[in-house]
Ligand binder design. Structure first.
Ligand SMILES: Cc1cc2nc3c(=O)[nH]c(=O)nc-3n(C[C@H](O)[C@H](O)[C@H](O)COP(=O)(O)O)c2cc1C
Length: 359
C-alpha cells in the first residue's frame, strides 16, 4: 500500500482538499453545483457494496457517494443513512429501485433523514414517486437509456440524468456510452447529465465533460477500493480480470427473457446457460409451462450478488463488474483513485498548452 501511494505520488489526505484547475472547475461546475461536492465524480450505487463505509469515503474524498438501497427494508435504510451521516458531513445520495414494494416509505425515510439527492433506478419512476421526492425538497436523479426517455424524464420532473452505457457493471441497457453520449449530450441542456459506464481514467472523463457532461459516475473502480467492504476474493477477481472477462448475461431463447447484467464469467454464468438449456428442453417436452420455466430462470441469480460480494464465492456468485475492470489492478484507497482521475484529467489539459491565437 505504501509503495502504491508513493508510486502515485499522492496521499489519502491530499485529494480531500485539492483544488482543480480553473478549466476543469469550469467544465464540471454544473455537476459540482448540483451535487454540492468538490468534484463531479459520483460513486455509482452498487448493491451490497455501496454502504456506509464506501459512500462516506467517496464523499469525504470530494466525490459524491450514493447508498444502494437494493432490497433493504425502510428501517434498514434509515439505519444505513444515519450511520453514513455519522461518518461524513459531506453530501451523499440514496439510490432506490422503482419496483421496491416499499418505495413510498423508502422515499419518506430519505426525506426525513435530510438526504438531498434521491436516485430512482430500475425503470421509469411513477408520477407519484416523482412528486413525493420533489414535494419533500430532494433533488431527483433518473437514468435515461435513450434521448426520447431523457426528454420525458425531464418533463416529468427529473432534476438531473445519468446516462449509463452498456460497458457498465451490473444491470445494463443495450447501448454503449459512446453512442448515448453523442445522442443525448449535445441535445439535453435543460438539466445536468452525468455519464457512466466504462470510465476508468480522468482523461476519458475530461472528454465527456467537453462533450457536455456535467460529471461522471463510476462503479467498478470504487468496488475494489480499500474502503469497499467487498470480500477479498471479490476484489482479487477484479484485479485478475481483463475487460473481455466482464460480459453481459446470455439469453438462450427469446421465449425466456434474461435481464442483461454485466459481470465476470465464472462457473455460475456457465451453469446459468445450462439451466436455460434444461428449462428449454423441459418446456419443449411439456414438462413445465412457460411461466414455470421463466420463474426458474429468474430465480437462478437470487442472492447471488451477496454471495459474491459478502461471502466471497466468486465461482458461483454474481461478480458484477464493468469493462473498466481491466483498469483495476490493486486495492487503493478511494482518495487515491479520485486523485489519479484528477491527475489524468489535469495532465491532458496541461498537455495542450495555452490556446493558440486565432488566425
Ligand atoms: C457490483 C455492482 C453492483 C451494482 N449495483 C447497482 C445497483 O444496485 N443499482 C444501480 O442503479 N446501479 C448499480 N450498479 C451500476 C453502478 O451504479 C454504476 O452506474 C456503474 O458501475 C458504472 O459503470 P462502471 O462499472 O463501468 O464504472 C452496480 C455496478 C456494480 C459493478
Amino acid at each position: 500500500m505504501l509503495l502504491d501511494l508513493e508510486r502515485n505520488a499522492v496521499t489519502a489526505t491530499e485529494s480531500l482538499d485539492r483544488a482543480v484547475s480553473p478549466q476543469l472547475a469550469a467544465l464540471w461546475s454544473r455537476g459540482t453545483d448540483f451535487l454540492g461536492s468538490r468534484y463531479a465524480i459520483l460513486g455509482g450505487a452498487m448493491s451490497w457494496v455501496s454502504e456506509r463505509h464506501l459512500v462516506a469515503a467517496i464523499s469525504n474524498a470530494g466525490g459524491f457517494g450514493v447508498i444502494a438501497c437494493g432490497s433493504m427494508s425502510p428501517s434498514l435504510l434509515e439505519a444505513e443513512i444515519a450511520a453514513t451521516q455519522a461518518l461524513t458531513d459531506k453530501p451523499f445520495g440514496v439510490n432506490l429501485i422503482t419496483m421496491h414494494p416499499a418505495l413510498d416509505e423508502l422515499i419518506q425515510v430519505c426525506l426525513r433523514a435530510g438526504v438531498g439527492h434521491i436516485v430512482l433506478a430500475g425503470g421509469v419512476p411513477s408520477g407519484a414517486a416523482v412528486k413525493a421526492v420533489k414535494d419533500g425538497g430532494a433533488k431527483l436523479v433518473c437514468f435515461a437509456p435513450a434521448l426520447v426517455l431523457a426528454k420525458r424524464l425531464v418533463r416529468s420532473g427529473a432534476d438531473a440524468l445519468v446516462i449509463e452505457g452498456s460497458e457498465a457493471g451490473g444491470h445494463i441497457g443495450p447501448v454503449s456510452l459512446m453512442v448515448l453520449a453523442q445522442e443525448i449530450l449535445p441535445v439535453m441542456r435543460d438539466v445536468p447529465v452525468f455519464v457512466a459506464g466504462g470510465l476508468g481514467r480522468g482523461d476519458a472523463i475530461l472528454g465527456m465533460l467537453e462533450m457536455g457532461a456535467a460529471g461522471a459516475q463510476l462503479g467498478t473502480l470504487f468496488a475494489a477500493t480499500s474502503e469497499s467492504i467487498a470480500h477479498a476474493n471479490f476484489k482479487k477477481a477484479f484485479f485478475r480480470a481483463n475487460a473481455r472477462d466482464a460480459l453481459p448475461s446470455v439469453q438462450l431463447d427469446e421465449r425466456f427473457p434474461v435481464i442483461p447484467v454485466r459481470g465476470l464469467v465464472n462457473a455460475g454464468t456457465k451453469r446459468f446457460l445450462a439451466t436455460q438449456a434444461e428449462t428449454l428442453r423441459r418446456f419443449q417436452a411439456n414438462e413445465v409451462t412457460r411461466e414455470e420455466g421463466q420463474l426458474s430462470i429468474e430465480h437462478f441469480w437470487a442472492g447471488a450478488l451477496r454471495r459474491a460480494v459478502i461471502e466471497g464465492d466468486v465461482e458461483e456468485g454474481s461478480v458484477m463488474a464493468g469493462q473498466s475492470v481491466g483498469m483495476v489492478r490493486e486495492e487503493r484507497p478511494v482518495a487515491v483513485v479520485i486523485a489519479q482521475l484528477l491527475d489524468e484529467a489535469e495532465a491532458m489539459l496541461a498537455s495542450r498548452g495555452p490556446a493558440p491565437a486565432s488566425v
